[in-house]
Design a protein around this ligand. Sequence first.
Ligand code: KG4
Ligand code: ZN
Length: 341
Amino acid sequence: MHGITVLGIESTCDETAAAVIRDGRLISNVVASSMLEHARYGGVIPEIASRAHAESFVPVVSKALADANLDLSDVDAIAVSAGPGLAGCLAVGVSGAKSLAWAAKKPIYGINHVIGHIAVTQLQFGAFPEDTMALIVSGGHTSLLHVRDVARHVDVVGTTLDDAAGECFDKIARLLGFPYPGGPHIDKHARTGDPHAIRVPKGLTQGKSAAKHPYDFSFSGVKTAVARWIEGEEAAGHAIPVDDVCASLADSVADVLAEKAMAGCAQYGSDTLIVGGGFSANSQLREKLQQVGEREGVQVRIPRIALCTDNGAMVAMLGSNLLASGIAPSSADFPIDSAMP
Ligand code: KG4
Ligand code: ZN
């Protein structure tokens, strides 16, 4: 990675972000978020997010270059998230990045955002050991991956069959009256609640379906059970013990994620687990993963929170890996893929 400078651009959801990585080190990192504009709608509105990207793209990219003391002509390549994400949002970032690459005659890499969440952990923990497992958890994706080589070979070991963990938290948070995104509010209230106050199911951990899907996740049953419980209590005129609801939900979700990740490590003989995605900011999950990691002899690499959420550094880092591995850049007409696997 020596002598390599990559500009990374991210626009999959509600963050317009750009960062520069030089010689494997982060030298600038700029994020503009439209999150507050979505808060009153209870979720990300694609049209609003796309417009925000169109407004922020040039200011964010130019600030990332200025903070790095560089011109576009100084970078060796541009990397941009090509999916998965909201189509309109991806279209803005990818069109912008392609135009920059074309004008400055630079190679461009359209990268997979989810793999970017894995790649970015190298900034904090260094290169990956062989046979690493990765657990990526966010509002839109929950995946267990086996990383042979982050630039060339990543296999999907498990994924969510319905809702992502963050989505489940956001929906319950909405019922409890928290603004979007509700995940961090549940985290905060869970700290003072009783995790065993309410019985919350653990999706795909028991019985035939668990045997069939040992590494897959299901959070819609959890969501429905908690929602029904809240509705029942409200109908009975009881006050909702918000902290206990949050703690019980957080405990169940963290348990399932941690146990399945460890089972994956055992199956693949991996003693390292990379963790990423916006939901990995969750304190109950972080604590549980460290606990089970110690128990199972697995080193758990959870990056600092600024690296967990969507940013340009994850894109620039994966772009650096691709360039350093001698992988050919994307063609000028590479597509966006909102459902990229
Ligand atoms: O990766 P990310 O920033 O965006 C997506 O690609 O989806 O993840 C955002 C998700 C949201 O669902 C948000 O509620 C959740 O991550 N989240 C959390 C916490 N911080 C963010 N969930 C629980 N606890 C947190 N501390
Ligand atoms: Zn993400």
